[in-house]
Structures are given as C-alpha cells and as structure tokens.
Design a protein. Structure first.
Length: 343
C-alpha cells in the first residue's frame, strides 16, 4: 500500500470525525442530521489541517532529503547551493545539516581524488625523470666494464658522459628536496635589504657561457640604473632569477635578446624578464609551474633542466607573499614578472 500525505490525512481525519461523532451521539436529543453534519465538518477540517501539516512540515522536507541523497549518489553538485535560512521545523534543520555534511564530505572526496591523481602523476614523473640519468650513466659504466675501458679516449669520453648524467641526477634530487622542504615549511625566508641589480648581474655572469653559445644578448632595459634595493630572501631570489633567466636563454632563438627590467610601483619593485623566444601556448600557461610539466615533451630533454625550476620559482615567491605573472605570445616571446617590496 502506498503511504502518502493524502492517505494518512484521510485515515486520521476519518478517525477524528468518528470519535467526534461518537461523543456527540452520547448527547441526548441530537438528531442524525446533526451527527452527519458534525461528521462532515470534523472530517473536512481534520483532513485539510492534517494534509497541510504533513505536506509542509514532513513530506516536503523528507522528499528534499531523498533528493539530496539521489544527487549525492549521481555526483550532481547542484545540491551544494542551499539557502540555509533558520527554521523552527526540525525536519528542515535535519535537511540543512545533511546538506552541510554532504558538502563537506563531497569536497573531501574531491580533494582526496585530486591528491591521489597528483600522487600517481608525481610518482610516474619522478620515475621517468630518474630513469633517464640512471640508465644513461649505467650504460656508459657497463660499456667500460665490457672492455671499452682499455681505450683511453673512449674511457675519458664515457666517464665524462657518466659524470654529466650523475650531475643531472644530483641536481634533480636537490630540486626535489628544496620543493619538499618549502612545502613542509622547513625552509624559512630570511628577509634582508639587498641590491637586486647587482644580484641579477651575478646571475647574468653565471649564465654567460650559455648565452654566448647561442649569441643571445642579456641586457637591462633602458632607464634601469644601479642600485635597486628590495627586501626579500637574497639567496632564494637568486634562485628565482637564475631559473627565470636560464629558461629565457634556453627557449630564446639564437641571436635573440633577453631584457631584465625593474619598475617602481608605489612601495614595490616590479621585476620582469622578457625574451623573444618561441612563446607559450595559452592552454599551457596555467600549467607551466607544475612539477615536471614541459610544454614540448619531445624536445624538453634536449633543453636540459630538471623540470622543477618554475615550480621552485612559484613556491619561493608565494613564500614572499607575491606571485609570478606570465604574459606570452607564441613565436613572439614571453614576459615573467613579480613584485618585491622596496628595501
């Protein structure tokens, strides 16, 4: 038998009207017509009142609860938009609590799924990145052990290549440790006032070999003068500039140009690194700061690096309460910029 508000209201109204009529029948001189009228009136009044109470206070709210459960099962997020108005109706309060609980749990589930996906992707990426230098060094060493060690020229050549692979492996491990320490808060920023112009000049000199190899000019923008003082962690900002300038040189065409600019904006200095390289497609801009993400998978290894440079840049600048901005156009170049307080 299907139980709904109409059936319950009808049964209860019949019961009430029968009891009312039975009591009235005990009164002397009450006519059958009066009893019939009393039965009809009490039935109609009881039915309407009970029907309204059941519909608005119980069945509607219970149906909403079922709707929420159905949407949770079907992963429909529309149930999250609930107008939590206060109400004396206990069923509505239960419904609101159910919405709130479902919202929290759904977000926790989504976050766990993202973390699981990230974990799988991260393990796969780390495995891939570690495999390349390990297999490379392993191949050179085994070749030497198989007899090539007797040839002095081959021995020197293979040992240099093996050492280069192991250096790359060490760089990757160091970058992974740096990221891990920053995320867990083990690395604290040591703020001090320093001249970022001179710091950038040191980075340019360190990368001079790479830039000269491709005949790339690395210059300060017109109007930039020395000194330019900022307040930040000097060692970490050195890492930021090293990564940004290294990437700019790496992806700029031969005989291209990289321009560093310092602009004052109120109490901040805007530091920008501009290149006229290949640029970054719009769909990749939001992902370039992810670990190991490379815009061009097939050519990334030829360019070197660990794939963690921009991720480290992002974390360092976030620790300084700022962020890196990117503007890029394919085949025209990119501009990476961030702000630091004046020192």
């Amino acid at each position: 038998m299907l139980i709904n508000s109409r059936v319950l209201a009808f049964l209860l109204a019949i019961s009430i009207s029968l009891v009312t009529t039975a009591f009235l029948s005990l009164v002397e001189d009450v006519s059958k017509t009066a009893l019939l009228v009393a039965f009809i009136i009490s039935f109609a009044a009881a039915y309407l009142l009970i029907k309204i109470i059941l519909d608005f206070l119980i069945f509607n709210e219970v149906n909403k609860i079922y709707d929420v459960l159905d949407k949770i099962k079907s992963k429909d997020p529309s149930f999250l938009d609930l107008n939590k108005k206060s109400s004396a109706n206990p069923f509505r309060k239960i419904n609101v609590e159910l919405y709130s609980y479902a919202t929290i749990k759904q977000r926790e589930i989504d976050e766990l799924k993202k973390m699981e996906a990230f974990r799988r992707e991260f393990i796969a990426d780390v495995s891939h990145e570690l495999k390349t230098p390990i297999f490379s060094a392993q191949g050179f060493v085994h070749t030497l052990l198989d007899g090539a060690i007797e040839d002095k020229k081959v021995r020197q050549k293979f040992l240099r290549k093996a050492a280069k692979s192991l250096d790359g492996l060490d760089m990757l491990v160091q970058d992974l440790l740096t990221l891990s320490q920053m995320e867990t808060g083990q690395i604290k920023m040591q703020y001090e006032s320093f001249n970022i112009y001179e710091l950038t000049q040191e980075v340019i000199e360190q990368l001079e070999g790479k830039s000269q190899k491709k005949a790339i000019k690395v210059n300060f923008a017109e109007g930039v003068s020395n000194p330019v003082f900022v307040r930040a962690d000097q060692q970490r900002i050195y890492q930021v500039m090293l990564n940004l300038l290294s990437n700019a040189i790496k992806y700029t065409k031969e005989e291209g140009e990289v321009v560093i600019n310092f602009e004052r904006e109120e109490d901040n200095i805007i530091i920008s690194v501009e290149d006229n390289g290949r640029g970054i497609p719009e769909e990749d801009i939001n992902r370039i700061f992810e670990r190991f993400y490379r815009v061009e998978k097939s050519r990334s290894k030829d360019k070197g690096g660990t794939g963690l440079g921009l991720a480290i840049v992002k974390h360092i600048l976030e620790a300084h309460d700022t962020k890196v901005e990117v503007m890029s156009e394919v085949d025209k170049g990119s501009v990476f910029s961030f702000k630091l307080p004046i020192g």
